[in-house]
Design a protein around this ligand. Structure first.
Ligand code: ZN
Length: 263
């Protein structure tokens, strides 16, 4: 069981809905931003069916929830937020979604990617993990490995100036079997403040107590008050080496062009 010591430079978070990041990893993100990391959020859906008021259309809900997500991101110092606007409640881990995520990974070129756990289905006896969460997690895992790092897969993205990119670490927001715990004692207040920006989801509820309870639970037995836990996968062959990047680009450019692949 490792305590957090690693500070990434470029972090991408892939989530299904506005508020997923704030419920799960926003304390870690706030900490890493303070430590100098650049962060990009990718939201697969804009939560357009997540406002349970029949008088609010999906288009209005999308506008409200995207604005809430931008406000929540700003609380922890994140301004780079990408909305893919896939349909909320119907997200599927298709090859098309994988390609859209590969595009974002190749564009931002993270050394560290955070996503949900595709295997998380049951949580105690009072909750079933949302199918969109499972779909986003599967699509993210399948995009980051191996697809984004394979030069001839989705090669047509080269037309957008995007070449293969291998990500060094994947932090899976697992519900069990976590092996790495990030100390968020100094940033838990920011996490709570960020979550509260999702006004349409709070219905007057103050999440502070619940968030502190979860984070204290994760921190149990460790030398920290509040933590966020992850299962971390490290790809040693993708250890970032900035000086190798131009070489990789040259090799890719020198290869003969291939016919565009289906997407
Ligand atoms: Zn969600």
């Amino acid at each position: 069981m490792a305590n957090h010591t690693y500070t990434p430079k470029r972090v991408m978070v892939i989530a299904a809905h506005p508020d997923d990041i704030e419920f799960s990893c926003a304390g870690t993100i706030a900490r890493w931003v303070r430590e100098g990391a650049e962060v990009c959020y990718v939201l697969c859906t804009s939560g357009d069916v997540g406002i349970l008021d029949p008088h609010i259309t999906k288009e209005e809900a999308m506008r409200i929830r995207e604005a809430e997500q931008l406000a929540a991101a700003a609380v922890v110092g994140v301004t780079n937020v990408v909305f893919l606007r896939e349909p909320d409640g119907m997200l599927e881990p298709t090859i098309a979604l994988r390609k859209r995520l590969v595009r974002e990974i190749r564009k931002f070129r993270p050394d560290t990617l955070l996503c949900g756990d595709p295997q998380a289905l049951w949580a105690g006896s009072g909750y079933i993990n949302h199918p969109d969460h499972r779909a986003a997690a599967t699509a993210a895992i399948d995009a980051v490995f191996p697809a984004a790092g394979m030069p001839t897969l989705f090669k047509e993205l080269e037309a957008e100036g995007l070449t293969a990119h291998k990500t060094y670490k994947v932090y899976v927001m697992a519900w069990d079997k976590n092996d790495t715990f990030v100390n968020i004692t100094d940033t838990i207040d920011l996490k709570i403040e960020a979550l509260k920006k999702h006004v349409s989801q709070m219905n007057g509820w103050d999440p502070a107590e619940r968030i502190r309870e979860w984070a204290a639970n994760e921190a149990k037995g460790k030398e920290m008050e509040y933590a966020e836990g992850y299962r971390v996968i490290t790809f040693d062959d993708a250890l970032p080496k900035a000086e190798e990047q131009p070489q990789v680009a040259e090799v890719a450019a020198a290869m003969p062009p291939h016919a565009p692949q289906d997407s």
